[in-house]
Design a protein around this ligand. Structure first.
Ligand SMILES: [Zn+2]
Length: 266
């Protein structure tokens, strides 16, 4: 009885949100054209992506930094790309945060670290995006905007930051998100850890890698970088890391190589 009532209440609330935040056809078409790695057509899950995009827009708050005005085009561009990783999961993994701060370009932040003898060193870090536990998610609009042309390089700042959000669903950014029941945690740690170690060796030896060498910074970054490539340049990822591709395919419950098979070459 209670379940039925809460289901009805949820369905009503969702219908109201979808009506409030419906993405106009012209804007939606424009977004798919700008970011051609997004699902197109019913078989690829485009209607579900559009539905999630509206719910995301309704649930999240966008703020422009340094005087940037976040237009509808910008909000939809961010929302649609953020919903891509959770296309088969729904928005629940994103429930822990509300705010999205959009900077015009890369943001410079002051960092300080203490070395082993306790001396604090300050330095500037330049960020295209940042995700912290509980939010907000920070994104550079210049980087978000260039996701179409940069897809061939496996680069996608929105997928990267939202992969970090997923990673933190179990509380720690360690490359291990809250896993579905059909994925064994030890198997995840073994596969991701093995691929990460091999990747770091290649990066240390200055070999070319399919994935951004930034992924060698830590296993959490490796998961985020691999997720970017998984969604926007899956053929490149599968060629060098077939086991990792398979792991991500099972986690995200999507198969981007099939989706992008008929599109322009990566
Ligand atoms: Zn990162």
């Amino acid at each position: 009885m209670w379940t039925l009532l809460s289901q009805r209440w949820r369905a009503r609330r969702e219908a109201a949100a979808l009506a409030r935040r419906a993405v106009p056809d012209v804007l939606w078409r424009r977004t798919l054209k700008r970011f051609p790695f997004l699902p197109q057509g019913e078989a690829e899950g485009e209607p579900e992506l559009r539905r999630l995009t509206s719910l995301f827009l309704d649930a999240k708050e966008f703020t422009g930094a340094h005087g940037l005005v976040v237009s509808d085009d910008m909000a939809v561009a961010i929302a649609a790309q953020a919903c891509l990783p959770v296309l088969a999961m729904g928005l629940e993994p994103y429930n822990d945060f509300v705010g999205i701060v959009v900077h015009p370009g890369q943001a410079r932040v002051r960092r300080s670290v203490a070395d082993e003898v306790g001396v604090v060193h300050e330095y500037d870090d330049v960020l295209s995006g940042e995700a912290v536990q509980g939010g907000p998610v920070m994104l550079s609009w210049r980087d978000v905007r260039s996701a179409g042309p940069k897809a061939t390089l496996g680069y996608n700042v929105v997928v990267h930051e939202f992969a970090h959000v997923l990673d933190m669903t179990d509380g720690v950014p360690d490359g291990i998100p809250l896993l579905p029941r059909d994925i064994d945690r030890n198997a995840w740690v073994d596969t991701l850890g093995g691929e990460y170690a091999a990747f770091c060796e290649r990066v240390d030896a200055d070999h070319d890698t399919a994935l951004d060498p930034y992924g060698a910074e830590g296993v959490d970054e490796f998961f985020a970088v691999a997720s970017e490539s998984f969604f926007v340049a899956p053929h490149t990822l599968i060629a060098e890391h077939p086991a990792l591709y398979d792991l991500l395919r099972r986690y995200y419950r999507q198969n981007p190589t099939t989706r992008l098979a008929g599109r322009a070459p990566e």
